[in-house]
Ligand binder design. Structure first.
Ligand SMILES: [Zn+2]
Length: 106
């Protein structure tokens, strides 16, 4: 991982890299362990912007459609920008009684 410069908070503590939620999106940020001040480095801001774009593309309500004798879901074309393509393998896994995730492999 690239070395990030140490950032000192106004309260005197050194910010630490931590997973945090910004606008409901979980991302890495620099967080002050004392006062919880949060900021993003350039790299973190770029990753957050990309992640936010991904949420905008995929977070939505969809209808299950019939494909032959099976059920299917469609995804927007823009998902290709995030590595999805026809024929690509995905991993599906139950998360709860009414929830499952779809993970792009590779
Ligand atoms: Zn602080």
């Amino acid at each position: 991982m690239a070395k990030e410069r140490k950032i000192k908070c106004d309260c005197g503590e050194i910010l630490a890299e931590k997973k945090t939620k910004i606008d409901h999106i979980e991302t890495e940020a620099m967080v002050c362990p004392k006062c919880n001040f949060t900021t993003l480095t350039k790299g973190q801001a770029e990753r957050y912007a990309k992640l936010k774009q991904f949420h905008q593309i995929i977070d939505s309500r969809r209808k299950i459609i019939k494909i032959g004798n099976s059920m299917g879901l469609t995804f927007p074309d823009k998902l290709a920008e995030f590595g999805a393509k026809i024929g690509k393998e995905v991993k599906t896994e139950a998360l709860g009684p009414k929830s499952f995730k779809v993970e792009l492999i590779g």
